[in-house]
Design a protein around this ligand. Structure first.
Ligand code: URA
Length: 187
């Protein structure tokens, strides 16, 4: 079993798919290494690629606010993505790119050992829950897979594009907080 630091180093050298060619930095993920809850986005955007950190652009600022609204700090949770290198022009990661990179996510999950996974957006949910996942019908509903409680919700960038989705997102985040409190005090 690798440590998180060893895995981060391996990822920083990765050239297993074409995305490495366009990256400035890999974006491994950050936060509490023993987090009970992990937020998983799609892949780095422009600012994340420049800084090597997840969710630091506009969508990230909104994610911070949403976490704040349910009294969670970034330092308390772990935040990462399906792919660790920025896809060109922020396109969705291709299936083959996600398939390769999700192996790193699996290792991260094994090491950190969270109980709750939050899928931010359809790309994340399709890779983690089911390939035919649809945000419009399937978000906001807990999925139990093995030991994990998985909540698929909107990607914060989708909320920036369409304010009307914020009400649903708020319901999802309240439910996330409830489950988090339940789990935190169970052990
Ligand atoms: N969007 C994502 O899916 N992940 C990030 O890290 C930033 C924006």
């Amino acid at each position: 079993m690798y440590t998180l630091e060893e895995l981060e180093y391996i990822v920083s050298k990765c050239n297993r798919c074409e995305l490495y060619k366009g990256r400035t930095n890999t974006v491994f993920g950050e936060g509490n290494k023993q987090a009970k809850i992990m937020f998983i986005g799609e892949g780095p955007g422009y600012y994340e690629d420049k800084m090597g950190r997840p969710f630091v652009g506009k969508a990230g600022q909104l994610l911070d606010k949403m976490l704040e609204a349910i009294a969670l700090k970034r330092e308390e949770v772990y935040i990462t993505n399906i792919v660790k290198c920025r896809p060109p022009n922020n396109r969705n990661p291709l299936e083959k790119e996600s398939k390769i990179c999700i192996e790193y996510l699996r290792w991260q999950v094994k090491i950190i050992d969270p109980d709750i996974l939050v899928c931010l957006g359809a790309v994340s949910a399709r890779n983690i829950i089911s390939s035919d996942f649809k945000v419009t019908t399937d978000r906001g509903i807990w999925v139990k897979k093995g030991k994990f409680y998985i909540m698929p919700t909107y990607h914060p960038a989708a909320l920036l594009r369409d304010e009307s989705k914020k009400r649903g997102a708020w319901e999802d985040f309240k439910s996330i907080k409830e489950k988090y409190m339940e789990i935190k005090y169970m052990y």
